[in-house]
Ligand binder design. Sequence first.
Ligand code: EPU
Length: 418
Amino acid sequence: MSKFLIEGGYPLNGTVRISGSKNAALPIIAAALLTEEECVIHDVPDITDVHIMAQIIRDLGGEVDFENNTMKIRAKVLYSHEILTEDAKKLRTSILFLSGLLARKGEARVVFPGGCFIGKRPIDTHLRAFEDLGAQVLSSENVIHVVTSGLKGAGIRLLEMSVTGAENTIIAAVMAEGHTEIRQCPTEPHVQDLCHFLNSMGAKISGIGTNILHIDGVPKLHGTTHTVTPDYIEAGTFIIGALVTKGHLKIENINPDHLDILWVYLEEMGAKFTLTEDAVEVFPTENLMALKKVRTSVFPDFPTDLLAPMAILLTQAYGISRVFETMFESRLNYIVELEKMGVRAEILNNHEAIIVGPATLKGTTVTSWDLRAGTAMVLAGLAATGTTEVSEIKYIDRGYENFEEKLTQIGAKISRIE
Ligand code: EPU
C-alpha cells in the first residue's frame, strides 16, 4: 500500500503543464473499438485507469501501443464480447465498452463496474438508452449482458444527466441505422471531446455542447488522429494548490472556458490571477474571503470533481463557507479528515457541510477516500505545518498523471513510500 509523505509550508512556484483529461481519454479509448482502422490519440494521461482500458482492448483482441502519452489503438478483429476481469471490475469506465461491443459484435457481457465509492452509481440511464436503440438487456446484476440484432436510431430522453450514460448512448448511436436525438445530454468538456473524436472518425453528430444532440447513423467509421482536451479538474487542483501555499504559479495547457465558474468564485474570494488564451497565472494572495455557498452541478456549473480541492481553499478563507454536493451521497468524507488536521467544520447531512476559516492546518495521518478527496488531502498537506501522511493513494494514481513529480518540480516536498 503506497502513501504520500508531505512536508507542508513550501509555496508552489514556477510553471506546470496540464495533462490530457482522464474523463475524456477513457470514453475516447472505448470508442476506438468502433473502427477496424487505427486511431492515434495524443495527450492521453499515463494513469492506472488508462492502462486498464488499454488492457481490456488487448484482451478483446485489439492492438494497443502506449508511449509518450500517445496511444495507438487498432481493433481490427475483436475475438470476444466479454469483459469479466478483476481489473475491469475496479473501473467505472469499463461499462463504456458496452456500446462499442453492441455496435461491433451485437452482444456484450461486462462485469458490473466499480470505481470510486462516492455514492449510489446506478446504470439505469445507460441500459434504458440501449433499449431505446433496439438492444435487449438480458441481465444487469453482477454481469451486464446486452444483445441486439441491429441498433436503430431513436428519440432518447436520458433519465439522468449522467456523463458516462450519455457517452455510452452516443457511442451506440453513431453507427445505429437512422437518426437519433438525445435529449438531456450533459455538456461536460469530456462529452464534447468524445463527440469531436467520433466526428473525426466520420460520425455525424450535431448540437455538440448543447443538451440536445442529433446523430445521423453511418454504416462505417474510419481511423483518425485526435488530441485529448486538457484536464480542467487537474488544472483546478493546481490553481488551488498555488493559492493555498501562497505560491506564484503559471498553469499551462488549459481552456479557460471550461472553468468559468471557478474564475467567478475566485474573484469573489479575492484571489489574484490572470488568464490568457490557454494559461492561468496565480499570484500569492493574502486574506481570501469565504464563499456563502459552493454548489455542484452539471457543466458549466461547479464540477463535483473539484469540490473537495475547493474545500481546502475554503479552509484558508475568512468566514464560514458552505459546500453543497448535489450529485453523490457519500462524497464529503474528506471533511472528517480535515477536522483531524485542525479545521472547524461540520457535516450537516449527506450533501452539505460548513467550513470555518481561516484554519491553521496541522500535519497528521489522513486517508484518501476517493480520487478527488485524495488530491484534496495532498493540497491540505502542502498548506499544513509539519508532515502529513496520506494513505490509499492508489485512488490518486488512477486519475492524476505524475502527480508527485509535477508537484516536486514546482517546489513541493512530497515523497511516496511503499
Ligand atoms: N445516475 C443515475 N442513473 C444512471 C447513472 C447515473 O441516476 O444510470 C445519477 C447518479 O446517481 C449521479 C449522477 O447521475 O447522481 C451522475 O453519476 P454517474 O455515476 O453517471 O457519473 P459518471 O457519469 O459515471 C462521471 C465522471 C465522474 C464525475 C461524474 C459527475 C467519468 C469517467 N466519470 O461519472 O468523475 O464525478 O461524471 O460529473 O467521466 C472522477 O473523475 O473522480 C469522477 C468520479
